[in-house]
Design a protein around this ligand. Sequence first.
Ligand code: HEC
Length: 128
Amino acid sequence: MPVLPIAGGILFSVLIGVWYTSAVWLYTRDTPAAAASAPATVVIPANAHAADGKSVFVNDACATCHTLKAAGASGQIGPNLDDLHPGYAQVKAKVESGGRGMPSFAQKLTEQEIRDVAAFVATSSGSP
Ligand code: HEC
C-alpha cells in the first residue's frame, strides 16, 4: 500500500499552500511605514512661488496679525508663525478657510497668491 508517499504528497501540498498564501499576504498588505510617512513627504508644489508670497504676506494683511521675521512682520493677533512653523498644506488650508479669529482669504486672494503665500510662510518659518 502506498500510504506513505500519499501522506507525504499531501503534506507537501499543504506546505506549498502555506508558503504561497504567506507570500501573497506579504506582497499585498499595505506597508504601514510607507503609509505613515506619506504626509511628511508633501512638498511645496512647483507652481507655488515663495518669493512672490512675501508681498502677499506684507500687502494682504497677514502681517497685521502675525509675526514672521522673514517678512518683517510683528503682528500680535494671530500666532507667531516663526514659533508655529506651519507646513505648506497647513498654511494653505488656514488661508483658504480661516476660522477662530482669522478671516478666510478664499475670496480675497487668487489660488496662485494662496499657493505663493503658503510656500513663503512654510519656507521662511523653517518648515517644509
Ligand atoms: C485679522 C487677523 C488675521 C489675519 C489678517 C491673518 N491671520 Fe492668520 N491667524 C489669525 C488668528 C487669530 C489665528 C489663530 C486661529 C486658530 O487658532 O485657529 C491665525 C492662524 C493662522 C495660522 C495657523 C494655522 C494653524 O493650523 O494653527 C496660519 C498658518 C496663518 N494664520 C497664516 C496666515 C496668513 C498666511 C495670512 C495672510 C494671508 C493670515 N494668517 C492672516 C489671525 C489672522
